[in-house]
Write a protein that binds this ligand. Structure first.
Ligand code: CAA
Length: 680
């Protein structure tokens, strides 16, 4: 008796085949191993006129099982493609009844059907590109035949999930229903077959005549990143859609498979699949006893600076009312402007209705006194980065907030245990380290102090989810995970500069050749060189690198973007003051300091060596964090760098990349499952 596929005949010639592979009904090899014969059996049964596909577990299917891509199929292995071929061979009518999600191979199975009915709250999408793949079960051939190649291509390149009503408007589903989609699907029983494989794909672009296809295809290739720098799957996806327009279905179907197989075996896809699973591991903390998170219905924020305001917006966006305590009127004025400006922008972009934007903006209250925080469930302190200041704030918070209120610090470098010691509830204290701008950056480091209780940590993780952040748990160590590694990375970049490689070249290689969002020197200029200087002073005064270049630049008032001069120059007239302009003065200063220090020059180092040295510095530092238990798993380190520091996802993060290129320092592949956080 099959259990991954449930079969039920409901009368009037209707057979319902229910996918049942919790939690998301992934179409694994095992599921397809049962689905293919179930379709064949329905096809051979004269009493059946119509087959309805649906899913148990309140969802249709999240597509092929991503785990299976690491397994080499044998001749007996059945895949979504085999199930779809079985549908194609059959002369019955097929209807997809969609609830929850129909994604990837799930939607492709639905596209192979004659009709599609979706529950109002369901979503459909072909998100394979996010895994470095293309829809490999006919999606690239059928969707263009359904909604036009141009629109299908845009949808697949973005990989977005679309809500059922929008999918209906685009013609992807035939009907949207509030009730049970299976019941609605029965109305299609016995209706004529309508296979997309029998249709021709239209381009869906008017007025371009004969040159339309080459034009659209060339435009698409121009729009996506280069193959070697994040666009490997995108170019193949465009090739597959081109085949849908130019070739008969059977040949396009075959070409899609070839392109898909190339992608499954590619390094970028392996990296992106690693990221997918690493992200889903984050909330699993080994050794953390199961406890219920404390409900967070109201929040407080201390400080209305850039970080405090951003954090308040994050709470408001998640529907959690928030009180910001800020005594300075000018700061409050500026913060209010930022808040209203941001919500207005959301309305202008069509992301929020005027009414919702107004409600959210007004869910942020500004107060001057701590006593206003007596009823909040969590407070995030975002005040000046100084231990005495933070200690004073935490002692006050301890006195005014209710006993079970969680007290969090947004510190990026200070010791959470020392901050917690200023309170009588160190078990309720943890770090919530947001990244600027807090309402845009997805990363949140959750710092677990020595005394942080399991319930506080669990609540922090749940809060991270509610705030729609990618939350990574870190031990309480200097710089936590991200900034500790940043210093190692920046130091290596400075060392290369000392050897005569210009900052402009290093940034160009790390950005344009390796794929970082920004080069290391542009990052330093953005963060502020005074911040680096302050931190290195607080850590004993050792410079980043062998020469005190950052101290000298700070001495000259070159603090980075904010003073329009740092490692680079900035000009308001060039790229809104954000574009780095190489500055020969800085290059000369570095050369002079290096000469004085007797540092051997090696300006002709290859691009590959620049990449190797910078990425090895990251991997070495990441491995140290793993060895000392500050980070739980190599994947956690990777996620911090991808979401917080613009590490190219197609390289999978610093630890994945190190393994990929065969450079793995001791401890870098730590078996996380058995590891628990320590407090180095
Ligand atoms: N394969 C294997 N496991 C999957 C999966 C998939 N396609 N989709 C989700 N899962 C697993 C997750 O790893 C997670 O497992 P654990 O509980 O063990 O951590 C569990 O299902 C729940 O997933 P989420 O935590 O992500 O739950 P969510 O509710 O936040 O999101 C989702 C659900 C929107 C479906 C999200 O999981 C998702 O986007 N999944 C991937 C969808 C996708 O990319 N599909 C395409 C697959 S490739 C393909 O289909 C190729 C083809 O053309 C044939």
């Amino acid at each position: 008796m099959s259990n991954l596929i449930q079969t039920a005949d409901t009368g009037d010639g209707v057979r319902v085949l229910t996918l049942n592979n919790p939690p998301v009904n992934a179409l694994s090899y095992a599921v397809c191993g049962e689905l293919v014969p179930a379709i064949a059996a329905a096809a051979a049964d004269a009493s059946v006129t119509t087959v309805i596909f649906t899913g148990a577990n309140n969802t249709f299917s999240a597509g092929a099982d991503v785990n299976d891509f690491a397994i080499r199929p044998t001749a007996e292995t059945k895949t979504v493609r085999d199930a779809i071929e079985a549908v194609e061979r059959s002369d019955k009518t097929f209807v997809a009844a969609i609830e929850g999600n129909a994604l990837g191979g799930g939607l492709e199975l639905a596209l192979a059907c004659d009709y599609r009915v979706a529950a109002t709250k369901s979503r459909v999408g072909l998100p394979e590109i996010k895994l470095g793949l293309l829809p490999g079960a006919g999606g690239t051939q059928r969707l263009p035949r359904l909604i036009g190649a141009n629109e299908a291509l845009q949808l697949m390149l973005k990989g977005e999930l679309i809500k059922a009503p929008d999918a209906h408007a685009k013609g992807i589903v035939d009907e949207v229903v509030d009730g049970d989609p299976v019941e609605a699907a029965k109305a299609y029983a016995g209706k004529p077959k309508r296979r997309l494989s029998q249709r021709k794909a239209e381009l869906g672009v008017a007025n371009l005549g004969l040159f339309a296809t080459p034009f659209v295809v060339a435009q698409a290739h121009m729009m996506v990143p280069p193959e070697e720098n994040g666009g490997y799957a995108a170019h193949k996806l465009i090739d597959a859609v081109q085949a849908a327009i130019e070739l008969p279905f059977e040949r396009g179907w075959a070409r899609e498979l070839r392109l898909f197989m190339e992608l499954v075996q590619s390094a970028p896809s392996a990296a992106l699949r690693h990221v997918f699973f690493a992200e889903r591991e984050l909330s699993k903390v080994p050794g953390l006893p199961k406890t219920e998170p404390l409900p967070i219905k109201k929040a407080g924020v201390i400080g209305a600076g850039t970080m405090g305001t951003g954090i308040a917006i994050v709470f408001a966006e998640a529907g959690i009312p928030v009180t910001v305590v800020e005594p300075k009127d000018e700061a409050v004025e500026k913060a209010r402007e930022t808040v209203f400006g941001m919500f207005k922008y959301q309305v202008d972009k069509g992301r929020l209705s005027q009414e919702d934007a107004w409600k959210r903006a007004n869910s942020i209250a500004f107060e001057s006194d701590f006593s206003e925080l007596s009823d909040v469930d969590v407070v995030v302190e975002a005040a000046f980065e100084s231990m005495p200041v933070k200690k004073e704030i935490f002692a006050k918070l301890d006195a005014v907030t209710k006993p079970d209120c969680i007290l969090a610090s947004n510190t990026s470098t200070l010791d959470i245990d020392e901050i917690a010691a200023a309170t009588k509830r160190p078990d309720k204290v943890l770090g919530l380290h947001f990244f600027a701008p807090a309402n845009i950056m997805k990363l949140l480091e959750i710092v677990r102090g020595k005394e942080t209780s399991p319930q506080t940590l669990t609540s922090g993780i749940a809060l991270g989810k509610a705030l729609r952040k990618v939350a990574v748990v870190s031990g309480n160590a200097f710089g936590f995970i991200g900034n500790r590694m940043l210093f190692a990375y920046e130091e290596q970049a400075v060392r290369l500069a000392e050897e005569g490689v210009t900052p402009a070249r290093i940034d160009d290689v790390m950005k344009n050749k390796f794929g970082f969002a920004m080069g290391p020197f542009a990052v330093a200029d953005l963060s502020g060189l005074d911040v680096y200087h302050f931190i290195s002073q607080s850590q004993g005064g050792a410079p980043l690198g062998r020469i005190p270049i950052i101290a000298k630049l700070v001495e000259q008032g070159r603090l980075g973007q904010k003073t329009q001069k740092g490692f680079f120059r900035y000009d308001k007239a060039v790229g809104k003051g954000r574009e780095a302009i190489p500055d020969p003065e800085v290059e000369q200063l570095i050369a002079q300091l290096a000469k004085d220090a007797g540092i051997p020059q090696n300006p002709n180092v290859s691009d590959d060596e620049i990449i190797a040295r910078c990425t090895r510095a990251l991997a070495d530092s990441g491995a140290e964090l793993l060895r000392t238990g500050v980070a739980l798993r190599p994947g956690d380190v990777d996620i911090v760098w991808i979401y917080g520091y613009g590490f190219p996802p197609h390289h999978g993060g610093p630890m994945h990349y190190a393994a990929e290129v065969g450079y793995m320092p001791e401890g870098g592949t730590a078996n996380a499952q058995t590891k628990e956080l320590t407090h180095a």
